[in-house]
Write a protein that binds this ligand. Structure first.
Ligand SMILES: Cc1ncc(COP(=O)(O)O)c(C=O)c1O
Ligand SMILES: [Zn+2]
Length: 388
């Protein structure tokens, strides 16, 4: 295995990887997994991927978990990057692509993070797992915990889409509905975890969900022949995918697989819950919590994210930006995308199409630039949003 240690994203303090770990012991900020990339650069060629399975575990050398340990896997990752020709043409774009994450196990990209995090939690001895969720992460945790033979304790707001709640229960998880937001769910877990013996899998509050999500970046580069697109639009709640991809880009450059070019990264949020958009516009380095956050795109209803400072840095370093869209626009766009491209996207994915239309109208994206949108989930999980 090439994992060497965990490294605090804020104060730089090193931590061992070999025991269950949440935040930095010194400053309570997120920890990143670090690998011996110098050794890997000498021995690992991207060509070796050609014969490997189409799961995110094909990038095993840059994932945690000793090689002899079987990952907890349901076939996550390896999703298609599909051309969105008709929708692109309408906006005057010649190269628009959708990374369709709805075909993951439990129908969202949350499967990536949970496969890696549950694998590591099990390996390091956790027996009972707990996580707050906007919905999709709960379904994924329930599935991977069941697969691992571990207990899942899932806390979600009481107005989470019904499909997510039912899915978690049918996968054998213990579900608690909370009268509040995902931040209240997280606080409830923090209050009880010690007494209950739960390992807290809140995103970016343990080091490995981001490792699973970073494989979005590896897959993108691999699909594009070890190039990165000009622009990425990412529907942002906790920001784990955005942060993970940026980490993956740096790793791939260290491996000699890609050059220094980076996409302009755009965060897309809902008008009813835009903490990162507000902070970006105000030139802040961290984001204020949003009061009375509301949006039907439940994955975007994250009023405060622990990785806010990392996201804001990435948006600025990449010369990208942050944009908020209204719920009505997302819901209306779903049918347009569906009819044009044959994908029933999640509202979070739809939000990116609306954002793209706004950015092209403002001239912030040029016609021949290569643009990738992340459809992070499936519309099937949000039927309430489409009922008349
Ligand atoms: C479908 C969907 N898209 C986007 C997000 C936001 O993901 P992230 O936490 O990586 O910002 C979520 C989170 O729940 C989600 O379920
Ligand atoms: Zn620290």
């Amino acid at each position: 295995m090439f994992l060497t240690h965990l490294h605090c994203t804020a104060c730089g303090l090193k931590h061992e990887w070999s025991r269950l770990q949440n935040l930095c012991r010194a400053c309570q900020k997120p920890l990143f997994a670090e690998y011996n990339l110098a050794a890997l650069a000498k021995s690992w060629r991207s060509e070796s991927l050609a014969t490997r399975t189409r799961s995110l575990w094909r990038y095993r050398e840059v994932l945690p978990l000793p090689f002899e340990v079987e990952p907890v896997s349901l076939g996550e990752g390896g999703t298609p990057l599909v051309r969105a020709e008709r929708f692109g043409r309408e906006l005057g774009l010649t190269s628009l692509w959708i990374k369709d994450e709805s075909i993951n196990p439990t129908q969202s990209f949350k499967a990536r993070g949970m496969s890696v995090a549950v694998s590591m939690a099990k390996f390091l001895g956790a027996k009972k797992l707990a996580a707050p969720t906007a919905g999709n992460a709960g379904g994924a945790l329930a599935a991977y915990a069941a697969r691992a033979g571990l207990e899942a304790n899932i806390f979600m707001p009481n107005d989470t889409p019904k499909a997510n709640v039912i899915e978690c229960r049918e996968l054998g998880a213990k579900v608690t509905l909370v009268d509040g937001l995902i931040t209240d769910c997280g606080a409830e877990i923090a209050r009880r975890k010690e007494k209950e013996g739960w390992f807290d899998l809140s995103t970016l509050k343990e080091p490995y969900r981001v490792e699973g999500k970073k494989t979005l970046g590896y897959e993108l580069a691999e699909a594009l022949g070890w190039n990165l697109p000009d622009v990425i639009l990412y529907p942002t709640g906790g920001g784990t995918g955005l942060i993970g991809m940026w980490k993956a880009f740096a790793e791939m450059e260290s491996l000699g697989w890609i050059g220094p070019k980076r996409p302009r990264m755009f965060t897309v949020q809902a008008s009813g819950c835009p903490p990162i958009v507000r902070a970006f516009e105000a030139g802040e380095t961290s984001a204020e919590e949003i009061r009375n956050a509301h949006t039907r795109a439940s994955g975007l209803r994250v009023p405060k994210a622990i990785g806010d400072f990392l996201m804001l840095r990435i948006l600025r370093d990449s010369k990208g930006g942050a944009i908020a869209v209204d719920d009505e626009e997302m819901i209306d766009a779903t049918r347009e995308i569906g009819a044009a491209e044959g994908l029933f996207v999640a509202p979070e994915g739809a939000a990116c199409f609306v954002a793209l239309r706004k950015l092209t109208a403002k001239g912030m994206i040029s016609p021949n630039e290569q643009v990738v949108i992340f459809n992070t989930g499936s519309g099937i999980k949000y039927l309430e949003c489409y009922e008349p």
